[in-house]
Design a protein around this ligand. Sequence first.
Ligand SMILES: Cc1cc2nc3c(=O)[nH]c(=O)nc-3n(C[C@H](O)[C@H](O)[C@H](O)COP(=O)(O)O)c2cc1C
Length: 278
Amino acid sequence: MPKKTFKPLDFSKVKTYPLKKRLSKVETALFGKKVQKGARVRALIEGLPDILAAQNLKAIARKILGRGVAIRGALVQIGPHPIDRSAWDWRAIEDNPFWCPDAAMALRWADYLDTVRKAGSSAGAVIEIVASGVPAGLGEPIYDKLDGDLARALMTINAVKGVEIGSGFAAATLKGEDNADEMRIDDGRVVFLSNNAGGILGGISTGQDIVARFAVKPTSSILNPLRTVDVEGNEVEISTHGRHDPCVGIRAVPVGEAMVASVLADHLLRHRALTGDI
Ligand SMILES: Cc1cc2nc3c(=O)[nH]c(=O)nc-3n(C[C@H](O)[C@H](O)[C@H](O)COP(=O)(O)O)c2cc1C
């Protein structure tokens, strides 16, 4: 990462507010009393994954998973504004800065984020990752379930507060017959009539698209004043200046793709070692 992209002064105001801001007790223990250094290291660590993600994704997906597997990510919601899923067009994500598959919603997000940024605030987001061409049979029926490993990997991304596979939380509202992915024979092959399972049943890939979504919280570093407590125990207010994303969800898209690619590649190698297959 080029050094000039990092601006230490952006953190100068937060050095005495470790409780509300970026430094946990763990970081203070790790980095000692120079708490500002912790924030600085943290910023560098957080910046790295998205820089490495694209490279990792390409290297892993192409070399281990092979050209038959495609892993793509899209932003499907910013703040209270979800995309219109019927307008989904993968080509659209190349034409807007939000990885948004709904061209009309991308325009609305631009206005919305501008308003949020000018108001000194921030917004959360939902990212969807779709892996196509994944062979059936990857994963384990218990413990190292493919969905379990994907959920863990996505949850380890900073600012992620929720993960869904397939119909996810919406499954709770469905009846059994609506949630079931029924099967039929088409041209001698078994086909699923829906994909509520998100491509994974019993911890093992089915050969359908693997679909995972994750929610990121609104950026915590905001201009608007927030109540906190400083290192001396005084009740104070903090306002974070400097360069912070009004929505971290945008940069989290390639990070999510890389995470999914890594988990799938890991399971493919394990499957190969166990079975000599694929
Ligand atoms: C790509 C990316 C960029 C981020 N940029 C910022 C930022 O500019 N300001 C901020 O307060 N948090 C940012 N975050 C979120 C923090 O990293 C995260 O909220 C913080 O480390 C605490 O971790 P937690 O939210 O998982 O508990 C970013 C996260 C990601 C994934």
